[in-house]
Structure formats: C-alpha cells, structure tokens
Design a protein around this ligand. Structure first.
Ligand code: RIB
Ligand code: CA
Length: 312
C-alpha cells in the first residue's frame, strides 16, 4: 500500500533533493501534490523552482500549488545567501511546460485531507509551516485524517542556524510551527540535531556525481553549489541534507531514531524567538507531543538517496 503524502516546501537546494527523492519513490509514495510556501526565497520563485523540478522528471501527474506568500505574523526573512537569488542557483533545470494548479495550496490541503479518510495521509513540510498551520486553523477537522506531520525544522539539543537559538524554518514562521505542534496531530521533527549528521561528504558526493540520470545530474549540481556556504560556516566535512531526511524516513524509518518529547516553540520577540523548546529529559508535566529525531544511519541514508536518484 503506497503512503499518500503532500510535500510542502520552499525550494531551495535541499528541498529540491527531497522532491527528487520523492519523485523517484513512486513505488512507495503516492505524492498527491506539492504545495509551495515563501521561505528560502519568495513564493514566486519557490513555486517556479518546484515546477522546474517536476518538469525535469516529467511528473505532470503531480499538481503544484502556490500557498502563503508570507508568514502568519512575522515579516518574511529569506535565505538567498544559502540558496542563491533564484533559490536554486547553480542547477540546470528545464523551463516548465505546465503551470501551477489555480487553487490555493491551503484549499488543496484542506480538500485533500478531508477526502483522505481517517489517518489517510502524511504531510511533509520542509519549509516554514505557514500553509500547514493555516489549513489547521481554517479547518481543524482535518487533523483526524492526518496520520503524521513529518517536518524538517527546529533544533532540540543543539544551536540554531539562522540565530543562535532558532532553525530557519521555525524562525521564519514560529507561530505556524506552534500551531502545528499544539494541533494534537502526530508530529515527527527532523531538526538540526539529525540533519547535521546527514553530511554530503566528498565520498558521498562522488557516488552521486557518477549517476547518469536527470535527477542524479541535478543533485550533483545542487551539492556542488550547496557545499560552499555550509562547509565554510560549520567547517563540517560536507553540507547537511536537511529536507531529504523527511522523505528518507518515509521510505526507511529504520535509518532514524529519536525520542517522544513535549516540544514547544518560543514566539516571544527576543533572542529565543523561534527556538523549539524540547523537554528531552521529561522535566515538565507536559505530555509528549512530538517524536524528536536525533539519530541517523548516515551511510544508509546516502545509499538510499544515491540508489533512488540513479533511477529517475
Ligand atoms: O534550516 C534548514 C531548512 O531551512 C531547510 O528546509 C532549508 O531548505 C531551509 O528552508
Ligand atoms: Ca526547505
């Protein structure tokens, strides 16, 4: 039985690899749609990048939707310094021959969740969670039909990457992240604790560079471009592949491990804005509301990614 999913994203270099992995896993994932949100770059560009990635693999069966052009309350902060002015600099992608669906992403999310049946689908936000939160506020009834919200965002035990406290996706829209985590829907968090263990080292990049498929060639270009900021910033052996962790988890959950914790989001102005406050040691009385993933079999992750990118 294929798992029905919707990917909500802000492509974005690592979002792009997450989408390519999902496109290559059509035997296991029924990708009902791609919803775009403002984040790494503005919405017109995240939408255009999603359409170009779909064009690359010829999956016009997957509808693409434009969502919210700004966070619920915060002023939009983007990350061209990481992803380039287009949000996907350094990657040769075809012009879209097919446009976005005319419906708003939030309307698509609500309609699709309502028709999915009990625990009928999984939402996979890998950007600011503005679209997901707006859908949950507009239609709280959809929560029962969402089996899981597996999201890239936050940091449980380590520092932030956009401020000392906050990870980018949650920082851009902390109120959306709070709405999602307080919604009562089962959530699984792939924060910086685990994504910074999924490093595209030279050996792992070499295996992807050797691929001779459209997805493999695109991923190779992405990793060549993406490497330059994170390696310089963190001094790591390679760039962290944040968003693909969510899709790999759907395909091979055994590659990941974590702990059920109560997780809150700081939405107060100040140095902690956007911090995911994870009760790792169970110090509060609050019940766990999120599975916080902190461990990954990184070699297994890259083996899966490389194998799948070699197929499409
Ligand atoms: O902090 C990493 C996250 O922010 C990733 O989703 C990346 O695409 C950016 O959106
Ligand atoms: Ca992203």
């Amino acid at each position: 039985m294929k798992r029905k999913i919707i990917i909500d994203c802000d492509p974005g270099q690592d979002d792009a690899i997450a989408l390519l992995l999902a496109f290559a896993a059509s035997d296991a994932l029924d990708l009902l749609g791609i919803t775009c949100v403002a984040g790494n770059v503005g919405l017109p560009l995240t939408l255009r990048n999603a359409l170009k990635l779909r064009e690359l693999v010829g999956r016009h069966d997957v509808p693409v939707f434009a969502g919210c052009p700004r966070p619920i309350l915060q002023r939009l902060e983007t990350a061209e310094h990481v992803h380039g002015e287009t949000g996907l600099d350094g990657v040769d992608l075809p012009e879209p021959s097919f446009g976005a669906d005319r419906r708003h992403a939030v309307d698509f999310l609500i309609k699709t969740c309502r028709s999915a049946g009990l625990n009928g689908l999984t939402l996979c936000p890998v950007g600011p969670m503005t679209n997901i939160a707006t859908a949950l506020v507009m239609a709280p009834d959809i929560g029962a039909n969402i089996a899981e919200i597996a999201f890239m965002g936050g940091a449980a035990l380590g520092p932030g990457n956009i401020t000392p406290a906050a990870e980018f996706n949650v920082f851009v829209d902390p109120h959306a992240a709070r709405i999602v985590l307080e919604s009562g829907v089962r959530t699984t968090m792939f924060g910086l604790d685990v994504t910074h263990k999924a490093l595209a080292t030279p050996a792992r990049r070499a295996a992807i560079d050797a691929l001779d498929t459209p997805s493999g060639r695109a991923a190779s270009q992405i990793l060549a471009y993406y490497d330059r900021t994170d390696v310089d910033k963190y001094g790591d052996a390679g760039a962290p592949l944040h968003d693909p962790c969510v899709i790999a988890y759907l395909l091979a959950p055994e590659l990941f491990d974590g702990r059920d914790c109560h997780t809150a989001v700081s939405t107060e102005d100040g140095p902690a804005l956007g911090r995911t406050v994870v009760d790792w040691w169970g110090r509060s009385e609050a019940l766990p509301n999120c599975r916080v993933i902190t461990e990954i079999d990184a070699n297994g992750f890259f083996d899966l990614l490389t194998e799948r990118l070699g197929q499409v």
